[in-house]
Design a binder for this molecule. Structure first.
Ligand SMILES: NC(=O)c1ccc[n+]([C@@H]2O[C@H](COP(=O)([O-])OP(=O)(O)OC[C@H]3O[C@@H](n4cnc5c(N)ncnc54)[C@H](O)[C@@H]3O)[C@@H](O)[C@H]2O)c1
Length: 281
């Protein structure tokens, strides 16, 4: 897809971080954008800021883990803007711990948003892109979808699933609807609010400081620092636009993480057991 002006995009998780940057980038290219997010306040603020900058946007409050909500996003694109060309299934949350200790509510929440949210988007948006004459789908996974680091099983599982679904779909679209492209976005650390994901967790209340185990607090602090030093979301959004333009499937934003992927595949093929490799190694 090389013509963006006047076309229609939907972005889930549009009120913060990477989704906000994607929305800004699409609006800057003259696209009309359906902004979707579970957080009504920040979503409305995003819509107002984009409108003030001259963009044509429409906001839909939606929980991507509910198919009816995602259908409403697709309907808004058709009803308000008359078509759909680019769909970014981007909303996501982080949750982890030791695989056997993470409570089942956390497993269900993370898989519900990160995996089923994407599946719902594929169901709601792909037929509408086809009906609009073609376009592009962008699924946000993570480098966690290409590696298996400890302490993040629910997140890793959801992102690995999104990678393989997208790889299958790339082949399926090439065979059936070559007018629809697809990309998988796999970032390393990006400066967003992903480490505050629990703000969107149904029924969640912040734990009292003293109830958090020391090791957990330490890990949180480490991740907070890595995210604070992460890539700017606008840089990621520009790489996504380039990938859509060039019909590139894999969008890997952090070259220093690629050794981890190589190490995993090498171990798998040589019969070695999993080992811990950090970014930059
Ligand atoms: N920040 C990183 O380091 C990083 C790295 C790799 C992948 N990612 C992925 O990028 C995507 C965007 O996350 P981000 O980093 O911008 O974080 P973020 O928290 O800044 O933005 C995520 C957005 O998704 C929304 N959201 C959460 N649950 C939702 C739900 N059920 N329905 C609809 N919207 C919901 C949030 O309100 C928020 O606006 C996620 O899929 C995340 O897993 C982030």
């Amino acid at each position: 897809m090389d013509e963006f002006d006047g076309k229609v995009a939907v972005v889930t998780g549009a009120a913060s971080g990477i989704g906000r940057a994607l929305s800004d980038a699409f609006a800057g290219l003259g696209m009309r954008v359906v902004l979707a997010d579970i957080e009504a306040g920040p979503l409305e603020a995003t819509a107002q800021e984009l409108r003030a900058a001259g963009a044509d946007v429409f906001a839909v409050t939606a929980d991507v883990s509910r198919f009816q909500d995602v259908e409403r996003i697709g309907e808004a694109a058709m009803d308000v803007f008359g078509g759909l060309h680019v769909a970014c299934n981007n909303a996501g949350v982080a949750g982890g711990g030791l695989a056997w200790e993470v409570d089942l509510e956390t497993w269900n929440w993370v898989l519900g948003v990160n995996l089923m949210g994407v599946v719902h988007g594929l169901h709601a948006f792909t037929p509408r892109i086809i009906a609009s004459g073609g376009g592009h789908i962008v699924n946000t996974a993570s480098m966690a979808g290409l590696t298996s680091t400890p302490g993040m099983s629910p997140y890793n599982a959801s992102k690995h699933a999104v990678v393989t679904i997208s790889e299958s779909m790339a082949l399926e679209l090439a065979m059936t609807h070559p007018e629809v492209g697809i990309s998988i976005l796999c970032p390393g650390w990006v400066r967003t609010r992903i480490n505050e994901s629990e703000r969107n967790r149904p029924g969640w209340t912040p734990p009292a400081e003293e109830t958090e185990a020391g090791a957990l607090n330490q890990m949180r602090q480490m991740v907070d620092n890595l995210i604070a030093e992460g890539l700017q979301p606008a840089v990621v959004a520009n790489l996504v636009v380039e990938a859509i333009r060039e019909q590139r499937f894999y969008v890997l934003t952090h070259p220093e993480w690629q050794g981890m992927v190589r190490d995993r595949v090498d171990r798998m093929l040589s019969g070695e057991n999993p080992g811990l490799v950090l970014p930059g190694n």
